[in-house]
Design a binder for this molecule. Structure first.
Ligand SMILES: C[S@@+](CC[C@H](N)C(=O)[O-])C[C@H]1O[C@@H](n2cnc3c(N)ncnc32)[C@H](O)[C@@H]1O
Length: 320
């Protein structure tokens, strides 16, 4: 579990001047925003390294790559965050060794710590997906989750992915917001935030209000979030970008329609109220509801709702 010695150190406490500069510099914003949230990221997004998230990660992989000969040998993750996707895929038997990379030093540090705790064969580096610091033909598999929409030049990143893949190697990028899905998710989240922070001003509900300083910090984070979220994707256009980058056997899938319509308000509500107010009952409601709606999406909605209305896009392809 090593990180390159020349990698920059995490900067979890940005100055006001740095945040101002970041409003006009998307890559600086990525580093500040993700370094700031790295240590609390797993908790914020309910990320775990147990059966729940192993099944989730594997489901995203299998949506486009079921039937592959497993395990892949060496895998690379771009925009690894805390390692959610690759570490859980490795636990499910998708790859035997891995390299986690991210633009944010804080995220690489947490991902390596998580890998070490899980006893996985993983190294890591701070890396920009547009200029991947590995040799040609190094990896059997490249993966990413919720990262492409942060990268200014997606086609350049996919060209880099194909360069570092061995011939015949596969890439899988999951968890990308569709254009239509992002539209309804944002409005549902904004509505939930406004409603929750308004009704909790009312004295009988005051104990459900987070301290104003914390709410202000979340609002500042939301301002940076608007800078770091660069793209949304139409699945067909994303497939075209992958083909232009030189990929073969390109395919896409979309997932979560009603499940996303529950998931975004739930996550926003969780961010707006004191965490101690939400116990196991809430966790069971949120996860159970999401699972039931995922079933509804797969069994029913998929037959009647066009794919571009689903929230999550997965794209895969191979190096010729
Ligand atoms: C939304 S987070 C997702 C993290 C993790 N993959 C997950 O699903 O939990 C996006 C991650 O992409 C990273 N990122 C943003 N731009 C990047 C770039 N150009 N190259 C590499 N990583 C980048 C961010 O630092 C952040 O950790």
């Amino acid at each position: 579990m090593t990180s390159a010695p020349s990698d920059p150190a995490p900067n979890p406490r940005a100055t006001a001047a740095e945040v101002d500069a970041a409003l006009a510099d998307t890559k600086l914003a990525q580093v500040l925003y993700h370094d700031w949230e790295a240590e609390t990221y797993d908790e914020k997004w309910s990320i775990s390294y147990d059966e729940r998230c192993i099944d989730y990660a594997r489901g995203r992989f299998d949506a486009v790559a079921a039937g592959d000969d497993l395990p892949y040998g060496r895998a690379l993750e771009l925009g690894c965050g805390t390692g959610f996707f690759l570490l859980n895929l490795m636990q499910s038997g998708v790859a035997s060794s891995g390299s986690v990379t991210d633009l944010s030093p804080g995220m690489v540090k947490v991902a390596l710590r998580n890998a070490e705790n899980l006893g996985l064969d993983v190294d890591g580096r701070v890396a920009d997906a547009e200029t991947i610091p590995y040799d040609d033909n190094t990896f059997d598999l490249v993966v990413g989750h919720a990262v492409l929409h942060h990268i200014p030049d997606v086609e350049q990143a996919l060209r880099e992915v194909l360069r570092v893949l061995k011939p015949g190697g596969r890439f899988v990028f999951a968890g990308e917001p569709s254009t239509i899905g992002d539209f309804y998710a944002r409005w549902l989240s904004r509505g939930t935030w406004a409603l929750t922070t308004t009704v909790t001003r009312w004295s009988p509900l005051r104990s459900w209000r987070r301290p104003q300083a914390e709410l202000d910090e979340s609002s500042r984070a939301a301002a940076l979030e608007a800078v770091v979220d660069i793209h949304t994707f139409d699945p067909r256009e994303l497939a075209d970008i992958a083909r232009s980058a030189g990929a073969t056997a390109v395919d896409t899938a979309t997932e979560e329609f009603t499940a996303a319509m529950l998931g975004w308000p739930v996550r926003t509500f969780e961010a707006a109220v004191p965490p101690e107010k939400l116990g196991w009952g809430w966790a069971r409601f949120a996860f159970g509801g999401w699972k039931r709606l995922t079933w509804l999406d797969e069994k029913v909605m998929r037959k009647i709702v066009p794919p571009q209305f689903f929230y999550n896009v997965v794209v895969t392809g191979r190096k010729a």
